[in-house]
Design a protein around this ligand. Structure first.
Ligand code: F6R
Length: 612
């Protein structure tokens, strides 16, 4: 969603801020803006609707011939929540006297009440945003000490925020604060940066400090002072970013999504690295360090997540039941938090999230902890809120995922869930022999994915014959049902083709009415105990004129029923969910490309959803 970058140091701030905003573009936004602070403290704000490029042009035009370059500033990409994407609503927003300004991620839930109070005092609001209410509120408290004013204002605020604030009277000093919306400080030589996402910092420094909820920090070029919500001084650990700047570049690929699809042999290898114990047919997971006895006492697994991460959880559900004999249940995180779930100390809750910042998943983690469950994260971003609040879990190590549509995170999540199922299974009834066979299958995953990627051209050809369709169906049974859901999600989010994922057997209970001659129906028909049934379901669609695109296992291509085939390597039916998902990612990618869509930043979407 929205993105923040701030800089205070010795270099010209504008190019650094604009470069940072470009790094944050992937998160999805509809307007952008920045404020530069000159050595005299004066604040100059420039805003633009649309892309960062538009803002860059405006900055160039408006700053041409300007005096001394500002070495301090804050910038923002906005994803509209309160008020349309207009210049007036774009950040930064100013206090009533225009002597301080701020950028803000998140939502101030009680902004209407604050706004009404301030209007009664004579404030005339310029925008429709919740953020302007916060800017004006801080201004009301300001008496020469920005940190104090921010603290006093935030004490009156309900909701989520990550903010960066500058004041005319305190040049070269930035106050930043977070609650429910991530902020990370980047430490350079005589310069300090702040960003909502480490991707914006990696070109400048790898030394970072993740702020905690409730932190308020005063940041200058060479000093950082972090206080918690009770004004206590906080020493926060300096962490080293694991990735290099190249990780956030396209590296010769046309889109980040394509690059990330092709990274999967490596990213899944990273998820498995050092975690498979071939001899004992199990997985070694440091993040599941709970004692073997405690793990053996787990009675039920609850998997929570949103979107693609939810689909990964749905694959995991089958693995826990099949490999570990454990009762497993998946719940959308947004539902879990409000339905008063029955959870207790013998339940293991797995919170699945690429970003580790999704508001609903984070809330589900908090609820599960309150109810006494053992809560583990299956997270990609180290230092994220879910990683820190769970305190334990298994990272997927997929590296930065820039494309809004999630690909390598999904396969990393499934790989980790399969490892967990293997580990828990071996602690229960899964035999040494079966454990070894499954561990060997998992070890093949990078190679299995590479075999699917090698068929890129063939999949692109299937996509070409499907690109004109406005509707498509994806069908699967068992663990391929969530893969069908994920295939449909990928297609709809990046190509805007209306796609439905269904359990193959459910088609005839209603959706089959939607089939017309030529409707593409992608059927996941890999080797599995239910394969015959899957083909019968495909037959029912074919009889209504559908065009059947079958994803089949090598050597089991099936009868002549399919109009097109995408062949994945033959492997265990649960392990096959990963190569099958990769094939569907490529299919969606090529359809979207042929339709000329904005693949990395689909309309209306944001990368990490930090609001409910
Ligand atoms: C779809 C997609 C989303 C996310 C969802 C959860 O391609 O990326 O559906 O999976 O917003 O995000 P995380 O995994 O960051 O919690």
């Amino acid at each position: 969603m929205c993105g923040i970058i701030g800089y205070v140091g010795h270099q010209a701030a504008a190019p650094i801020l604009l470069g940072g905003l470009r790094r944050l573009e992937y998160r999805g936004y509809d307007s952008a803006g920045l404020a530069l602070q000159g050595p005299d403290g004066q604040l100059t704000a420039i805003r633009a609707v649309g892309k960062v490029l538009r803002l860059t042009e405006k900055v160039k035009a408006e700053l041409a011939g300007a005096p001394a370059a500002a070495a301090c500033g804050i910038a923002h990409t906005r994803w509209a929540t309160h008020g349309a994407p207009t210049e007036r609503n774009a950040h930064p927003h100013f206090s009533g006297d225009r002597r301080l300004c701020l950028v803000h991620n998140g939502i101030i839930e009680n902004y209407r009440a604050i706004r009404a109070r301030l209007e009664a005092k004579g404030h005339v609001f310029i925008s429709e945003t919740d953020t302007e209410a916060l800017a004006r509120l801080i201004g009301e408290h300001y008496q020469g000490d920005l940190r104090k004013a921010v603290g006093q204002a935030l004490a009156q605020v309900e909701g989520a925020y990550g903010i960066a604030v500058l004041a005319v009277d305190e040049p070269g000093l930035m106050v930043v604060a977070r609650k429910g919306s991530p902020l990370v400080l980047g430490l350079g030589e005589g310069e300090t940066l702040v960003a909502s996402d480490a991707a914006a910092l990696v070109a400048h420094t790898r030394r970072v400090i993740y702020l905690d909820d409730g932190d308020i920090a005063v940041v200058t070029a060479d000093h950082i002072d972090i206080r918690d919500r009770h004004d206590g001084i906080r020493e926060r650990e300096v962490a080293e970013l694991g990735w290099d700047p190249g990780a956030v570049e396209k590296g010769g690929f046309e889109h980040f999504m394509l690059k990330e699809i092709h990274e999967q042999p490596e990213s899944v290898r990273n998820a498995l690295r050092g975690r498979l114990d071939a001899e004992h047919g199990t997985a070694v997971l440091a993040g599941m360090a709970t004692s073997a006895r405690d793990l053996a006492e787990i009675q039920r697994i609850l998997l929570v997540g949103c979107g693609t991460s939810l689909h990964a959880g749905q694959v995991g559900e089958f693995a826990f039941e099949d490999w570990a004999d454990l009762n497993a249940e998946v719940q959308p995180a947004a539902e879990f938090r409000y339905r008063n779930p029955l959870v207790g100390s013998r339940d293991l809750v797995l919170a699945i999230s690429q970003s580790g910042e999704t508001a609903d998943t984070l809330a589900a983690v908090r609820e599960a902890k309150v109810k006494g469950a053992l809560v583990l994260g299956v997270v990609n971003v180290v230092g994220s809120a879910i990683a820190r609040e769970t305190g334990q879990g298994v990272f997927i190590h997929a590296g930065p995922e820039i494309s809004v549509a999630s690909t390598k995170a999904f396969t990393g999540q499934v790989a980790v869930l399969l490892l967990m199922a293997l580990r828990l299974g071996r602690g229960r009834r899964l035999s040494l022999e079966r454990g070894r066979a499954l561990a060997a299958e998992l070890a093949r995953l990078p190679e299995l994915i590479a075999q699917v990627l090698a068929q890129d051209a063939a999949i692109a050809a299937v996509a070409a014959r499907m690109a004109a369709a406005e509707h498509a169906f994806f069908l699967g049974r068992g663990p391929m049902h969530p893969v069908a859901l994920e295939g449909a999600l990928k297609l709809k989010e990046i190509s805007y083709v209306h796609a439905e994922g269904y359990h193959a057997a459910e088609m005839k209970h209603g959706p089959i009415a939607l089939l017309t001659p030529g409707t593409p129906v992608v059927v996941l028909a890999n080797r599995s105990p239910q394969l015959d049934k899957v083909w019968s379901n495909a037959e029912e669609c074919k009889a209504r004129g559908a065009r059947i695109i079958a994803v089949v296992s090598a050597g089991q291509e099936g009868a002549d029923l399919a109009d097109e085939r995408i062949v994945i390597p033959d492997c265990d039916p649960l392990v096959a969910t990963i190569p099958a998902a990769v094939a569907l990612q490529l299919l969606a990618y090529h359809v979207a490309r042929l339709r000329g869509c904005s693949i990395d930043q689909p309309r209306n979407l944001a990368k990490s959803v930090t609001v409910e």
